[in-house]
Design a binder for this molecule. Structure first.
Ligand SMILES: *[C@@H]1O[C@H](CO)[C@@H](O)[C@H](O)[C@H]1NC(C)=O
Ligand SMILES: *[C@@H]1O[C@H](CO)[C@@H](O)[C@H](O)[C@H]1NC(C)=O
Ligand SMILES: *[C@@H]1O[C@H](CO)[C@@H](O)[C@H](O)[C@H]1NC(C)=O
Ligand SMILES: *[C@@H]1O[C@H](CO)[C@@H](O)[C@H](O)[C@H]1NC(C)=O
Ligand SMILES: *[C@@H]1O[C@H](CO)[C@@H](O)[C@H](O)[C@H]1NC(C)=O
Ligand SMILES: *[C@@H]1O[C@H](CO)[C@@H](O)[C@H](O)[C@H]1NC(C)=O
Length: 615
């Protein structure tokens, strides 16, 4: 009996420990849903009250696509909402094709007809304004109205061809002329005009891409930067996401020391000022020694970070100011688990708002409840609420793994995978505006991912999800390399080596050794004082890292090139490898048998490349 009840107790306690996190996870899920909803409602309102008629019309079309929108009494012709929408899309594409851009004006000179509506609506879709000219005007008054509008083009009805001819010679030659309606070729030539109707008939019917706010160049540590398109709704979405997810308040003061040419500084930070009315302190250049004093001086309650900033702050000597501030929340990305708790404890920051999301990516996730090390959460109970997924890839080549039906394979908990987000061009939260370069856009989109014929955005980053749905950043795609059959995450190794070396800058990458499978790990370490001692370093490495992750080569540099956000540029380092003739930096090789690092001179280099030394 007692044995039995003991068993029952054991089972019960297991059951409880299993069930306990459930209500908590439900709260996390619901608060996630709430944020999404808030952003959606706010975005919708923004578009409604941003006086954007095309966007309101788009909602109307959705309500009743096949209802008659316009009926033309003269011919009995009927246009449904969908037809009106598609024709105005054609107008938008035609206008862009003519080189008309946001802010340009086009005069419309024609008798009333449904096409007139499609014209101004279509022009509005690409930010071009219409000048609606009274069709009774002739001669001087007509010229006056055309002149004051500053039009770059005129569209006139064939019925007004004679009126146009009367003023033809007085209209500037640089103004484009288009005629709609039945007109002879001879007449068209006389008017120096093109026939609009066939041009519209052949134009695309899908919605034009929305007009753009600015380009942001994505910072690549490898390859050239890409220009990501930021449209108005994306700016709004990113800023609102940060505001609601991290529970910012209108009276918060944000300390923004990130460069304003990136989305973190200019959208997540400055966006709070433009959209939610917060005060933002713009710092010209990050300074680790001034950081907390600035926060005190300006009464900041929120700071922005990237992982490197946290490392630099931790390597500073202790100052009284570091606890005398009112900073409640730190928002950013790249705070690695190895320094997360050290950071919150030492500086007394109550909340870390770690998020993940590239400028151009519609798959942002955020850590809203401060779970250490996680960069976000996606429900495992209701995965379709937010259509992002981790799917299997070959971490070395970044190629998607496909199942027998040709679809991607979702990862199980604990299994690293590529983060992808479903693309839905209709939903402003789910669309992908791409890059200025079409080729770059194409490479970021894959098809048949969640289901047949769908398309999804490839984030390029590898993450891991745990049993509860918390997501952890693992590596930039392509940065992971394989050594002795194991996958080595450069981000993870960088984090660990850097903490062993008092938060100094470290870059880890794989280098090829002839005749050896995989890539050997190499760590470039910044040593400004010339005090680096490789064998005491090795002792610490042996305690901290498994054998396959220990760097086979070291490169000790007094200085390394970093990007504007303090990321070390690895391309050149990787190209130079461990060849001592290509650099004045000291290179070391881990002699595993002898258990020590040895300086790589030309002789040792040759022995390694000829396969005479065992790795
Ligand atoms: C837009 O709507 C929001 C919320 O309804 C409101 O706070 C804001 O003032 C409105 N903006 C304009 C320009 O009407
Ligand atoms: C009307 O103007 C256009 C453009 O300036 C010109 O090409 C055309 O020859 C003109 N027609 C007449 C009849 O002058
Ligand atoms: C910071 O707050 C204090 C007290 O609330 C106030 O006196 C001071 O003017 C504030 N400083 C700034 C820069 O707003
Ligand atoms: C390394 O990653 C590949 C896929 O990228 C996977 O098939 C393999 O099992 C991984 N190896 C280990 C040891 O995790
Ligand atoms: C990612 O972008 C694509 C492209 O528009 C979109 O279809 C997809 O829904 C987005 N995913 C998320 C999670 O926002
Ligand atoms: C996918 O697209 C192809 C070609 O357009 C079509 O034949 C097929 O029926 C589509 N499949 C699904 C499931 O929609």
């Amino acid at each position: 009996g007692s044995h039995n009840s003991c068993m029952k107790g054991l089972i019960l306690s297991h059951l409880i420990s299993f069930l306990l996190p459930l209500p908590f996870l439900l709260v996390v899920l619901l608060s996630g849903l709430y944020v999404l909803l808030r952003v959606k409602v706010a975005l919708w309102r923004y578009m409604r009250n941003g006086s954007n008629i095309p966007s309101i019309f788009a909602q109307t079309v959705k309500l009743h696509p096949n209802k008659p929108a316009l009926i033309y009494e003269a011919t009995g012709e009927t246009w449904t909402f969908t037809q009106l929408d598609e024709l105005s899309n054609a107008v938008a594409h035609w206008a862009r094709g003519q080189g008309l851009v946001s802010g340009d004006v086009v005069s419309l000179f024609m008798e009333s007809r449904p096409l007139q509506v499609a014209l101004w609506l279509g022009l509005a879709k690409v930010g071009v304004e219409a000048a609606l000219i009274n069709f009774n005007l002739r001669h001087d008054s007509l010229l006056h109205c055309l002149g004051v509008s500053g039009s770059r083009a005129i569209v006139f009805g064939a019925e007004l061809a004679d009126a146009m001819l009367e003023v033809n010679s007085s209209v500037s030659q640089s103004i484009l002329r288009f005629c709609t309606g039945e007109i002879s070729t001879e007449h068209l030539a006389n008017l120096g005009s093109q026939h609009l109707d066939p041009l519209l008939a052949s134009a695309a019917r899908y919605p034009p891409s929305p007009y753009r706010l600015f380009y942001i160049y994505t910072s690549g540590t490898t390859g050239l930067p890409k220009a990501a398109i930021v449209v108005h709704s994306r700016y709004y979405r990113i800023a609102a996401f940060g505001y609601f997810a991290f529970r910012m308040r209108p009276d918060d003061i944000i300390y923004d020391c990130l460069p304003l040419y990136h989305s973190a500084g200019n959208i997540v930070g400055v966006g709070q000022c433009l959209i939610h009315g917060l005060t933002v302190v713009v710092k010209k250049k990050f300074s680790a020694s001034r950081f907390w004093e600035d926060c005190i001086k300006y009464n900041c309650t929120v700071v922005q970070y990237i992982g490197e900033i946290c490392r630099y702050l931790l390597s500073q000597p202790v100052r009284p100011s570091e606890k005398g501030h009112k900073v409640r929340l730190a928002v950013g990305n790249g705070l690695r688990p190895s320094v997360w708790e050290a950071f919150t404890e030492r500086f007394g920051v109550a909340q870390i708002g770690e998020f993940y999301g590239a400028t151009e990516c519609n798959c942002s996730i955020a850590n809203m409840d401060g779970k250490v090390g996680a960069c976000g959460f996606n429900s495992r109970i209701l995965p379709n609420v937010y259509p992002i997924r981790l799917v299997r890839v070959d971490e070395d080549t970044m190629e998607l793994v496909r199942n027998s039906r040709g679809l991607c394979v979702p990862c199980r908990p604990g299994e690293p995978g590529l983060l992808v987000g479903r693309i839905n061009q209709q939903d402003p939260l789910r669309r992908f505006d791409g890059y200025a370069n079409q080729d770059a856009t194409r490479k970021k989109i894959a098809h048949n991912v969640f289901k047949k014929n769908d398309s999804a955005y490839l984030s390029g980053d590898v993450l891991v999800m745990d049993d509860f749905g918390y997501m952890y950043f693992r590596d930039r795609g392509g940065d992971t390399f394989r050594w002795r059959g194991e996958n080595v995450s450069t981000t993870e190794v960088e984090g660990i080596l850097s903490s062993l070396l008092c938060q100094t800058d470290v870059a880890v990458y794989g280098v090829a050794v002839p005749g050896v499978e995989g890539k050997a790990g190499m760590a470039a370490i910044v040593d400004t004082t010339g005090s680096f001692e490789c064998n005491s370093f090795l002792q610490k490495v042996q305690q901290a890292l498994p054998p396959y992750a220990r760097p086979v080569f070291l490169r000790i540099s007094p200085h390394v090139d970093t990007t504007g956000t303090f990321k070390i540029q690895k391309t050149r380092l990787q190209r130079e490898g461990y060849d001592p003739r290509l650099t004045t930096d000291q290179i070391y090789f881990l002699n595993a048998r002898a258990g020590r690092y040895e300086a790589v001179e030309e002789e040792l280099y040759n022995a390694i490349t000829e396969g005479k030394v065992s790795l």
